[in-house]
Write a new protein. Structure first.
Length: 60
């Protein structure tokens, strides 16, 4: 994955917001606290299809 964790976490949240998926404070905090680029990439991919923000974490 190219870029920093800062870019990746904001990309994940933007995808959800662009799709009209509500992001709770707890989901936002969990994403913002993550520094693992691989994990953030997985979450960004899940965000593309998620209908609920908690679906980012369903396979963990």
């Amino acid at each position: 994955m190219v870029g920093s964790s800062h870019e990746a976490l904001h990309r994940t949240l933007r995808i959800l917001e662009w799709r009209g998926v509500s992001v709770s404070d707890s989901v936002r905090e969990r994403v913002l606290a993550c520094t693992d680029l691989d994990q953030l990439e997985v979450w960004a991919q899940r965000a593309v299809h998620a209908t609920d923000a908690t679906e980012l974490f369903t396979a963990e």
